[in-house]
Design a protein around this ligand. Structure first.
Ligand code: ATP
Length: 248
């Protein structure tokens, strides 16, 4: 594990529809091999930040109007979404986005479409994904649209893993899931990070769980980073406790 930044976001501004300024100068640095959390309430700008990184704003009439985004030393903010995918950055969107009419296994296989290393390698990775998500193996022949919210979150993450990413941008993995399932999803994030070396940047409203699994956290409020630090420090910070952890 090294501390070199894999991804750097430098002072970006994002504007929607040419008028609505949503990110007002956001900077963050994601070290290779780490789990970094982007925290904040509803509407703070977490999803916008992830979409700015993966170049998905254009389809929503949003644009980065200031600042730069650097991945492995190269500027990427003007690229196409597919360029970043090719560089190994995969976004798992909020709300899962499975192909509802495909089976769980077919969904997972769509994650491998950019790979050129042959069927045996893809088959091995399918086993790797089933190893992290035994539940998906049980459900592999089920139509994804009929699986539970938790299972669909697993499908979305499993599909991302099938592309052998260097970095996963994970948007609100806890959303709509029961606490026990949230814990399970974060345990898997932790073991994927440790065993596969995948770097994570995850957006979460659930500060409590995110700060237990992340190494470093940034707190976003109304489009600005208001605090950042090692997760252990943030957990002990009185303001974080009061405003985000629900303890007075
Ligand atoms: P959530 O947890 O609800 O996803 P968030 O922190 O991810 O919250 P964003 O989704 O990034 O927040 O939204 C930040 C702000 O940008 C909000 O005020 C939202 O209304 C606004 N916004 C988001 N998408 C658009 C869009 N396509 N057009 C205009 N405004 C938008």
């Amino acid at each position: 594990k090294t501390d070199a930044a894999l991804l750097e976001v430098n002072n970006i501004e994002v504007i929607y529809n040419h008028v609505i300024l949503v990110l007002k100068g956001v900077s963050l640095s994601v070290p290779k091999g780490g789990i970094t959390a982007l925290l904040g309430g509803n509407g703070a700008g977490k999803t916008t930040t992830l979409k700015a990184i993966s170049n998905l704003l254009r389809s929503e009439r949003g644009e980065v109007t200031k600042g730069s985004i650097i991945y492995r030393g190269e500027r990427v903010e003007d690229g196409a979404p597919a360029d970043l995918v090719r560089k190994g950055v995969i976004q798992v969107m909020e709300g899962r986005h499975c192909f509802e009419h495909l089976t769980v296994e077919e969904n997972l296989l769509t994650g491998a479409y950019t790979r050129k290393d042959g069927r045996a390698a893809v088959q091995a990775d399918l086993e790797m994904v089933y190893n992290y998500f035994p539940r998906l193996k049980e459900r592999r022949k089920s139509q994804a649209g009929y699986t539970s919210g938790g299972e669909q979150q697993m499908v979305a993450m499993g599909r991302a893993l099938m592309s052998r990413p260097e970095m996963i941008l994970l948007d609100e993995p806890s959303m709509g899931l029961a606490p026990q399932l949230v814990e399970q999803i974060f345990e898997i994030v932790k073991s994927v990070n440790e065993n596969e070396g995948v770097t994570f940047l995850l957006a979460e409203q659930n500060t409590n769980v995110a700060l237990r699994y992340a190494h470093y956290g940034y707190i976003l409020e109304s489009g600005r980073i208001v605090m950042d630090g090692p997760a252990a420090d943030l957990r002990e910070n009185p303001d974080v406790k009061e405003f985000y952890l629900g303890v007075g």
